[in-house]
Design a protein around this ligand. Structure first.
Ligand code: SAH
Length: 220
């Protein structure tokens, strides 16, 4: 069965993946379309290309991971994007989530603490012809003060606590989605601004993300 599935074209395998995500509750047509039109095999290392269309997280360079498509779909949907949104993403990694965000918003600012991952992701954005992604090598925990405030913020690494610096860079009615927690399993939280400087906080599902680390990586 698995072998037979591998003989199908990328389009067929992507369509099958999208059906699976839909059955799990990813219902936003824009988000499903963005996933269906993004070649995930471009973002996975050679060793794992055959598994690029599976609904699972996979290893990438620097000991990091490309997120599971279901989680990418759910987090993107939770952000309630619109075509005018300026979005900040923390944790570029492979650039897969960045690419999905770029198809659903006006501008995506993305920050990564590994130079190697940043360079590889930049090459992919160029190859895919994305013109609305702005990258930065740095500590995303500090956000991107020069470009703040943002309409939306997505954090794709687990913050140990409420990400106060990032919340301070959100517009009054903005939305931030982030995994929060210190252990191997974290709570995916959505912070929605109330327009008066406060937030409502929702716990969406349990997730497993690599930790948000302080500072930039010294190694490549
Ligand atoms: N969205 C990515 C998932 C990457 S995993 C994808 O779709 O592939 C999380 C990423 O967050 C890793 O690349 C890790 O290096 C990065 N990261 C962790 N702490 C960070 C920080 N403080 N600033 C910027 N990036 C960080």
């Amino acid at each position: 069965m698995a072998e037979k599935a591998n003989e199908d074209s990328p389009e067929t395998r992507l369509a099958r993946l999208v059906l699976a995500l839909r059955s799990q509750g990813v219902s936003d047509p824009g988000v499903l379309n963005a996933i269906e039109t993004t070649p995930r095999e471009v973002f996975t290392p050679d060793l794992f290309k055959a598994r690029a269309f599976e609904d699972s997280a996979l290893p990438i360079a620097c000991g990091q991971t490309i997120s599971q498509p279901y989680i990418v779909g759910l987090m993107t949907q939770a952000l309630k994007l619109g075509p005018r949104a300026r979005v900040l993403e923390i944790g570029t990694g492979s650039g897969y989530q960045t690419t999905i965000l770029s198809k659903l918003s006006r501008l995506v600012y993305t920050v990564e603490r590994y130079r190697t991952l940043m360079r590889e992701a930049e090459a992919r954005f160029k190859a895919l012809g994305l013109t609305n992604v702005i990258t930065r090598f740095g500590d995303g925990g500090e956000g991107w003060p020069e470009q703040a405030p943002f309409d939306r913020i997505m954090v794709t690494a687990a913050a140990s606590d409420e990400p106060k610096a990032l919340l301070s860079q959100l517009k009054p009615n903005g939305i931030l989605v982030a995994p929060i927690g210190k252990g191997p399993v974290q709570s995916l939280r959505r912070y929605t601004g109330d327009g008066k400087g406060g937030f409502t906080v929702e716990a969406l599902i349990d997730v497993r993300f690599v930790p948000l680390l302080d500072g930039v990586a010294k190694e490549l």
